[in-house]
Design a protein around this ligand. Structure first.
Ligand SMILES: *Cc1c(COP(=O)(O)O)cnc(C)c1O
Length: 384
């Protein structure tokens, strides 16, 4: 018997991340493709979760998350960005930022609403909009000598009476660009006197380099009133497999968020929340993260400096984008396959982050790897 299910996501198929990771393991390549650490988290964090399990904290937590953890998040956000969220009514613990983003979009975007997304764009944004019945409206970043930037005049021009939301991401995956104060100002100018909501993806909030501040929208008195701010403990604490994050938003927005959250996941696993709450008492792990990754970035960039790759800036995240036009005129996807097969290092084509075909001759490496992994990749890349 054949089914007559009609897809809601006709454009979704096997992702390039899956394809490249499979090819990397088949060829024994160093996998600098998919974005996750190849080293373990702090054993103290594992111990904190173990303690919670052994203490019997294994049943459903409150729907919005364990209060201890929500308090710890509210304290941290206030200390770093100067805005106090009410932990009871404005912070919700999510099953990673992926669920936070989907739920933010589902609760706020109605059928026929337009949502502005900036390309290159993280892969879960557009399917979330489509599931909500919304219409993605694309604005492409410009890429020049000094790397990527957002053409805010084009974002302003894309706004229509149907615009319900603008989705932004700083620090940005895949480009490694970071908002400065003028980006935040431009965004504020665009949405002032409108009903447009903002989804701010800040999962790399603790990976900003060269002493620059993270421009959380929580710092901005106007924007914080209309923003769903998403973050991820997976990125901050080297535990991408735990899938725990949070969404901070004003009470009226959080109330709508929780209506969907309640029937989407209901709750997020209890012992990990208690473990994270205990571990967050020490701010050092997140305060030291930028320095930790900046060293890896610098090691990786110094190694690449001797190759024919042209390095774009990496101001934040754990990604380094490079131009390869001095090496090859293959398409980005073909170049990544060639690099994996012939050189033994996997990367991700930036074209995978566009919905309309776009070739820039740029690929993304992830440097969230042990120094020895980075050195092995650099030895191989030095052959180029
Ligand atoms: C990893 C990532 C996410 C998803 O975070 P999870 O907590 O793993 O669901 C969201 N946005 C960006 C930009 C990411 O890189």
């Amino acid at each position: 018997m054949s089914t007559n299910i009609v897809t809601k996501l006709p454009n979704v198929g096997t992702t390039i991340f899956t394809v490249m990771s499979a090819l990397a393991s088949e060829k024994g390549a160093v996998n600098l493709g998919q974005g996750f650490p190849d080293f373990n988290c702090d054993p103290a964090l594992v111990q904190a979760v173990t303690n919670a399990m052994q203490d019997g904290l294994n049943q459903y937590p409150p729907m919005a998350g364990v209060p201890l953890l929500r308090d710890a998040i509210a304290d941290k956000v206030e200390k770093l960005y100067g805005h106090r969220y009410d932990a009871a009514s404005e912070i919700t613990v999510t099953a990673g930022a992926t669920q936070g983003i989907l739920t933010s979009v589902l609760c706020a975007v109605h059928a026929g609403d337009e949502v502005i997304v900036i390309e290159p764009v993280y892969d879960c944004y557009v399917p979330a909009i489509e599931l909500a019945g919304g219409i993605p409206v694309f604005v492409q970043m410009t890429v020049g000598e000094r790397g990527y930037s957002i053409p805010w005049d084009k974002v302003a021009a894309a706004v229509t009476p149907k615009t319900r939301m603008i989705m932004v991401n700083t620090p940005h995956n895949p480009t490694g660009t970071v908002f400065d104060a003028s980006d935040v100002q431009a965004l504020a100018d665009i949405v002032r006197d409108t009903d447009i909501l903002i989804l701010s993806d800040e999962v790399y909030e603790h990976m900003v380099y060269d002493g620059a501040p993270h421009q959380s929208l929580a710092r901005h008195p106007e924007l914080v009133k209309r923003s769903f701010i998403n973050s991820s403990f997976g990125k901050t604490y080297h535990v991408t497999g735990w899938k725990v994050g949070f969404v901070a938003a004003p009470a009226a927005m959080t109330a709508e968020f929780r209506k969907v959250h309640q029937f989407n996941v209901f709750t997020v696993n209890t012992p990990v929340q208690y473990g994270l709450a205990a571990y967050m008492k020490d701010p050092a792990p997140y305060l030291d993260l930028s320095a930790f990754y900046q060293k890896k970035r610098d090691l990786f960039r110094q190694g690449l400096a001797g190759t024919r790759f042209e390095l774009l800036p990496s101001e934040g995240t754990y990604f380094q984008c490079v131009r390869y036009d001095a090496i090859s005129d293959l398409s980005e996807a073909e170049f990544c396959k060639w690099l994996t097969t012939e050189i033994g290092v996997a990367a991700i084509p930036v074209s995978a982050f566009y919905n309309t075909p776009k070739e820039s001759g740029i690929v993304r490496f992830c440097f969230a790897k042990k120094d020895e992994t980075l050195r092995l990749a650099l030895e191989r890349l030095a052959r180029l």
